[in-house]
Every structure is written in structure tokens, then in C-alpha cells.
Design a protein around this ligand. Sequence first.
Ligand code: ADP
Ligand code: ADP
Length: 225
Amino acid sequence: GSGLVLDGVTKRYSSVTALQPISIEIAPGEFFSLIGPSGSGKSTLLGAIAGFIPPSAGRILIDGRDIVDIPPYRRNIGMVFQNYALFPHLTVFENVAFALRLRKLSKAEVTEKTQRMLDVIRLSGMGERRISELSGGQQQRVALARAAVYDPRILLMDEPLGALDKNLREEMQYEIKAFHNKIAATIIYVTHDQEEAAAMSDRIAIMKDGEIVQHGKPRELYEHP
Ligand code: ADP
Ligand code: ADP
């Protein structure tokens, strides 16, 4: 099978079960949201997929391969955080180029791919700016570009709009949708905002107490004829 498969993924901390066994398949290119109240296990599940929270049991497969058998730098998973986690002392260009430099691409390739990504986020004239000189929305676009520049198969987003005010949130929802249409990645998007999830997602999973209690297309979940 292809795509991302969670097969009985479980996480226990000493006294807390953060994830009950979770099994679900996410198709390549899908925009998949996780919603649920604080403490329901969304971040733990995202961390397990990202590879920094080892599950207590179960497997996570990408195109049929268990991620524990794939070296971290080959997993092709990118991540966007609520606080952006940009490098404040580097320029826009250097922030976006970072993952390419780590992967030791040639100088020409770094320049080409970084410029292309700056075009996608409409910051092509701003490569030499420092992060502190950008607005919140621009910083969020740099974070998207930095996570997507090396063509990850899967992009994980943990409340990426949580730090923005309401008007900017709505604008950035369109921005992220347009971005998803331009890159060929699966997006797994964590939010506690039901309207945001409904507006953006192909499919939504509702989490409660470490379980996915319901999942489906937005209209299946939220419209009751
Ligand atoms: P297909 O390629 O048509 O999806 P497969 O027989 O490869 O058919 O897989 C059937 C389903 O089971 C697929 O949707 C796939 O994502 C899922 N799957 C494949 N391998 C595994 C696995 N090792 N553990 C859990 N689910 C899997
Ligand atoms: P959400 O992202 O939905 O707010 P989390 O995944 O952060 O939920 O947390 C799920 C549960 O696991 C909560 O009960 C939380 O307190 C617990 N938890 C998360 N991380 C740890 C940890 N490092 N140690 C112990 N318990 C944790």
C-alpha cells in the first residue's frame, strides 16, 4: 500500500496513556486535520509521525516501510511549528536554504530551489531581509517554505496559525491551501479550531482522550441533513 499507515500506534507515559491504539491510513497528497481538545493526544501523534516520540507499541509505515527502518534524514517529513522556530539571526534566504545546505546540495541547486520556493511564497524580493524585519504572516510563509524546500512527502503542521490574530488566520488559511496545491506533499494539520479544519481539510479526525473517536470528510462530520 502507499501513503502513511498508522498501525496500532500507542503511547504511554508512566501514569498517562497519551495515545490509545490508533490505526488509520492517510493517502498521498491528502490534507488531513487532527482536531480535539487540549490533552487529547494531537501533538503526541504528530511527534510520533515526525519520529521524535517513539511509540510504546504499533508501527508507522510510509509506503509500506516502517519508519524505524528509514534513517531520519531520508524520511522526507517536514514540520511547521506554531512559533515558526525560524533562525532570527539569518536572512530569509538562509532560513529557507537551511535544509538544502544540511543535505549538501551544490551551490547552484541551493540557489535554484530556494529562489523557486521564495517565488511560491511571494517573497522573492526579500531574500536578504532578516526575520525580525518581517510581519507575522511573512514569517509564517518563510516557515512553510523552509519546511517544504526539500520536497518532503509529508508536512506536519502543529497549530501553525495559533499565534496569529483572526484576520491574518483567515488569510493564511488560503495561503496554506494554495501552498498545498503547489507542492506534492501530504499535510497533517493540527488545530483546535473546527471551522479552520472544515475550511481546509480533505478529511478530519476528531481526537478525544488519546483516541480518534470519529473521522471523515468535513461535510460528513459537520452537516446533518
Ligand atoms: P493497495 O496497494 O491497493 O493499497 P495493499 O494490499 O498494498 O493494497 O494494501 C492494502 C491496504 O493496507 C492499503 O491501503 C495499505 O495502505 C494498507 N497497508 C499496507 N501495508 C500495510 C501494513 N504493513 N500494515 C498496515 N496496513 C498496511
Ligand atoms: P494535545 O496536543 O491534544 O494537547 P498532547 O499530545 O500534548 O495533547 O497530550 C496528550 C496527553 O499526554 C496529555 O494527558 C498530556 O498531559 C500527556 N503528555 C504529553 N507529553 C507528556 C510527557 N512528556 N510526559 C507525560 N505526559 C505527557
